[in-house]
Ligand binder design. Structure first.
Ligand SMILES: Cc1ncc(C[n+]2csc(CCOP(=O)(O)OP(=O)(O)O)c2C)c(N)n1
Ligand SMILES: [Mg+2]
Length: 798
């Protein structure tokens, strides 16, 4: 078999029974308009709208041109209101242009593309106003999320959480081909396969260009195999109708063979050069082949260029046929659609065109070619060859645009008045988390019915086992627990069932966060509110950090349990010890970080968390927990104390008036801090002991009070300011946590106190807790040294 025939795509029929000629004509007109509007939106932002600084505005005219047909065919023909789409980030102007033509986007927003409050550079669920389903921007994540959205849709249906008559939607991604370099895409593919995800379409805009360059030749022969082995239906759309018709004419076979074997770089370069360059090259390479002269002689330069660039991804009819043919498939489908980056523009095929912009002169030529008069640039139907009323009627009948709820409001799920659990005199927060979920699993609260847990292969080791034993593992089919059936003793019952409420993932933290994003948007996307809880080892938050950021960016709501954390999981050693996660928790928008020391704090925080996940102005919650059992307080968790825990801090032992020392701590180091406090008491009887279950809440509130004062609310104060008010103005603080010291050292700035910050700044070691606390200077002696240091500094005025 020659290379050419190996690559040849099966020839599909030329007829298009599913699309009426008038519909096809209208779609071609609209595709042209979308192409124009996208290019104009970017041009306007860069060259027409006045600039106030030297920073480039940017936009991606070539990426847009590449995908205009694929997206027009999708939105104006194949899509239904219940479908959900992730559009490759750089096609944002195409998406907005389509929504504009459908009446869902305003001209003002388009004119303000990439300006404050305007249409966003990359489609955004939270900031765009034209119904973005799935945000994109960080390549690879949006597409992968469609698989998890599909899984969540299955979950909602199999749990009867949405009205049975509501039709299932298809989860669709338009991918740039270079997005498939991102490893998270393959992690998601594997997980999707394991979970038998079916209802998904991935449309790959195969322009063989990325940002820097042309992608490796024949990459897609490999990728085709990857999708096939995951049981996807792969549909390669290579030639448009012109090329397919030419195949049967003189020189046709030779011509298509030439294209099949042409290196991507060469094809792109000649595409950029245009008509005569094709003629020269084909004469040189194929001059002796039968029929080629006839073929070349019967095509002028423009016609030859049109023929040679007639790839299927720019051929409306071919794309429509492909979408229609795939509509009934019950397998996930991948369309590999050959395209040209910058198709139809003077940027076409140039390897540097990713951020390329047409010059004003080029734009003027493009505008004339589109028949658009000055002042008509934003007119929806200007310059088209079809009556505006007919196009309006067509748009009015587009299936996607029929009245339907696309963003669901869902009622809030009540949260029980208390989630408190009993533990022994000593307990660890991780163990208590497991108990709280176990208690919920035993009951029949609505909250428990809406909780979905997920973990990347650390279900048992993060104490989700008891919950899973009761609520079982989700699977589309009933699957017995073989070990149980074989009478092999185990505390874990791993029965799988469509009614299960735990989603077991392979070890891929990216997938955990993408699943949490999809579960956490189940309310607005699928009309069924879910309360997802994801558990993972705290250090591995960093592995999926971009996906976590992405989930928060979309305002998905979930509870994240990072456990075990810090150096406190001592013997496990440095590879599993998290240092910076408190700073991630504080810095990440949309995520509120807590690190409780005691079980009663944890129960109050989880209760608050379930409400916060449902509040209109709420967000997600991150709990950094530990496996180290510590002595509990035996106190009563009053409503007032719970409020302070949620506000971020409380005086575990209040300071005397004008006290000159306070020990401040977060989390599992409580015993060392308490011991140091007891030792200090004699010398510093007025000292206070401040517990900080949420440095994040405390810090955010402090900044908020400053803003409110600036805005004229003169008596606004923050919790931190009120808490620290009783201390002497020159008092010293010793702050302690099992994490980076910067998470607490800022407290010294609240009232200008001195601080000695203790925490972890280096990679960990193996050892027991005593060894490691001594090594990292978190032990009682280190705390006493630090207290002495701030006291000396105070006495000497330094
Ligand atoms: C995670 C991530 N890394 C880098 C980028 C910067 N970037 C934006 S687009 C792009 C190349 C995209 O190429 P492709 O997906 O093929 O899109 P198209 O050719 O359609 O423009 C890169 C590297 C990004 N957006 N996200
Ligand atoms: Mg590309």
């Amino acid at each position: 078999m020659t290379k050419a025939t190996a690559l040849r795509v099966e020839k599909p029929p030329l007829s298009s029974p599913s699309v009426e000629p008038r519909e096809l004509a209208a779609l071609r007109q609209l595709e042209r308009k979308v192409m124009w509007l996208a290019a104009w939106t970017i041009h306007h932002a860069n060259h027409v709208r006045p600039a106030r600084d030297e920073v480039k505005v940017g936009g991606h005219q070539a990426s847009c041109a590449s995908s205009a047909t694929l997206l027009s065919a999708l939105y104006f023909h194949a899509l239904r209101p219940q479908d959900r789409v992730a559009v490759k980030p750089h096609a944002s102007p195409v998406f907005h242009a389509i929504q504009y033509l459908l009446g869902n986007q305003t001209r003002d927003k388009l004119a303000a593309f990439r300006a404050f409050g305007g249409a966003q550079s990359y489609p955004s669920r939270t900031k765009d106003t034209d119904d973005v389903d799935i945000s994109t921007g960080s390549v690879g994540l949006g597409g992968a999320m469609t698989l998890f959205a599909s899984l969540v849709q299955d979950y909602v249906r199999l749990h009867d959480l949405a009205p049975a008559e509501r039709p299932d939607g298809r989860m669709i991604a338009l991918f740039g081909d270079a997005e498939l370099d991102e490893g998270n895409v393959f992690e998601a593919l594997l997980e999707g396969w394991k979970h038998d995800v079916r209802n998904a379409w991935w449309i790959i805009d195969y322009n063989r260009q990325s940002l820097d360059s042309i992608v490796t030749d024949r990459l897609f022969a490999r990728l085709d195999g990857v999708f096939t082995s995951m049981n996807w239906d792969v549909r390669t759309l290579k030639y448009g109708k012109l090329l397919r018709a030419a195949q049967d004419g003189p020189g046709g076979e030779a011509l298509l063979n030439w294209i099949d074997t042409c290196p991507n770089q060469l094809y792109s370069a000649i595409t950029f050069k245009g008509g005569n360059a094709w003629r020269q090259r084909l004469t040189r390479d194929l001059g002796d082949s039968a029929g080629i002269r006839e073929l070349l002689d019967s095509h002028g330069d423009a016609a030859l260029h049109a023929l040679m660039t007639n790839l299927a991804g720019h051929d409306m009819e071919t794309v429509l046929e492909a979408y229609d043919a795939a509509a009934e498939s019950d397998r996930p489908t991948c369309f590999i659609a050959y395209t040209i980056k910058g198709f139809g523009l003077p940027l076409a095929g140039h390897k540097d065109n990713h951020s390329g912009l047409m010059t004003p002169d080029q734009m003027a030529t493009f505008k004339a070619a589109n028949g658009i008069a000055d002042g008509d640039e934003w007119e929806p139907f200007a310059g088209l060859d079809m009556d505006a009323d007919e196009l309006r009627d067509f748009l009015g009948a587009v299936p996607f645009n029929q009245p339907a709820t696309r963003c669901f409001e869902t009622p809030k799920i009540p949260v029980p008045a208390s989630l408190a659990v009993k533990t022994g005199a000593k307990a660890a927060t991780q163990e208590a988390f497991g108990r709280i979920l176990n208690e919920l699993a035993r009951g029949d609260s609505e909250l428990a019915a809406r909780i979905v847990t997920a973990s990347p292969d650390v279900t048992v080791s993060t104490n989700l086992g008891p919950w899973v034993n009761r609520r079982r593992i989700f699977d589309r089919r009933e699957r017995p627990d073989t070990f149980r059936a074989e009478d092999v003793a185990s505390t874990q019952k791993w029965v799988m069932s469509p009614a299960g409420q735990h989603i077991e993932l392979g070890i891929a933290e990216n997938n955990l966060f993408l699943l949490l994003a999809a579960l956490g948007l189940s309310g607005p996307l699928f009309g069924a509110r879910l309360l997802p809880i994801g558990t993972l080892y705290d250090p591995f938050i960093a592995r999926g950090l971009d996906a976590l950021n992405y989930a928060c960016y979309q305002d998905a709501r979930f509870m994240l349990i990072g456990t075990p954390s810090g150096v406190t999981l001592a013997p496990e050693g440095g590879a599993h010890q998290s240092v910076t996660t408190p700073l991630i928790g504080m810095g990440q928008p949309g995520l509120t970080y807590f690190e409780p020391a005691y079980v009663d704090e944890l129960a109050a925080i989880m209760r608050w968390g379930f409400n916060h996940m449902q509040a209109d102005d709420g967000g997600s919650v991150y709990l950094r927990l530990s496996t180290r059992p510590i002595e509990q307080t035996g106190r009563e968790m009053t409503a007032e104390l719970a409020d302070q825990v949620i506000a971020g801090a409380y005086w575990q032992i209040p300071p005397g008036p004008g006290a000159d020392l306070a020990l401040v701590y977060c989390g599992v180091v409580a015993p060392e801090v308490l011991a140091a406090f007891e030792a200090l008491r004699e010398d510093a009887p007025d000292a206070g002991l401040l517990a900080v279950p949420s440095a994040d809440r405390l810090h955010a509130d402090w900044l908020d009070a400053k803003r409110r004062r600036q805005a004229g609310e003169g008596d606004a104060t923050s919790h931190a300011e009120r808490l620290l008010a009783p201390l002497a103005p020159d008092a010293g603080l010793v702050t302690v946590l099992d994490g980076h010291p910067a998470a607490l050292s800022w407290l010294a700035a609240v009232r200008g106190h001195r601080v000695a910050p203790l925490g972890v700044e280096a990679f960990g070691q193996s050892g027991d807790v005593a060894d490691l606390y001594r090594h990292h200077r978190l032990d009682t002696d280190a705390i006493l040294d630090a207290a002495a240091q701030v006291c000396v500094a105070r006495a000497t005025g330094r």
